[in-house]
Design a protein around this ligand. Structure first.
Ligand SMILES: O=C(O)CCC(=O)C(=O)O
Length: 171
């Protein structure tokens, strides 16, 4: 687990512009489907703490863009694009997606409740995209199995959470 941030958006507040999409040589953005299994390096889990109504400010996604071989046309790299899809969900829902999917924040439209969401980012044990920012004293205070989420980045050798046993490369 390599980063966590949260947003508190009132009506009219915006979010990050569209980013991601298109196959990438950077291993952090590797997304592959082989032998019936999905492998996703940088993977986002969004925890929505309030209800999200469809079209009222949940994250926007451009379906299939993580597998695209060609650049996304400029007119679709905007939240105005009709190709973006979104969701509705009750409080406490988790939204999971590869960071290589083109996605975007959207203006929050609900006047009654703010968007409160936690954005966690997970990666393959041998890759790191974000500079670590979780303070050491916070990690030290976690039980050992949770501390393992914040270990240094390597794939093989002694000391990993599973000592390499569960790292499969061939599906
Ligand atoms: O604010 C949002 O809904 C999108 C957040 C985002 O761009 C990301 O998780 O990378």
């Amino acid at each position: 687990m390599e980063s966590s941030w949260f947003t508190y958006r009132s009506q009219g507040d915006g979010g990050p512009a569209p980013h991601g999409g298109v196959k990438n040589v950077n291993p952090n953005f590797s997304y592959q489907c082989t032998n019936g299994k999905i492998y996703s390096a940088l993977t986002r889990v969004v925890f929505e703490l309030n209800e999200v109504k469809k079209g009222e400010g949940g994250t926007l996604f451009l379906p299939g863009s993580h597998k695209s071989n060609f650049q996304i046309p400029e007119e679709h790299r905007t939240t105005e694009s009709s190709l973006f899809e979104t969701y509705s969900c009750p409080p406490g829902s988790a939204i999971i997606f590869t960071e290589n999917l083109c996605h975007s924040g959207d203006t929050w439209k609900n006047p009654d409740t703010p968007r409160i969401a936690v954005f966690n980012c997970y990666n393959f044990v041998g890759c790191q995209f974000h500079k670590p920012t979780v303070p050491k004293h916070i990690i030290d205070g976690l039980p050992p199995e949770k501390q393992a989420f914040f270990r240094n980045v390597w794939v093989w050798g002694q000391g990993g959470p599973d000592n390499g046993k569960n790292l499969h490369y061939d599906g």
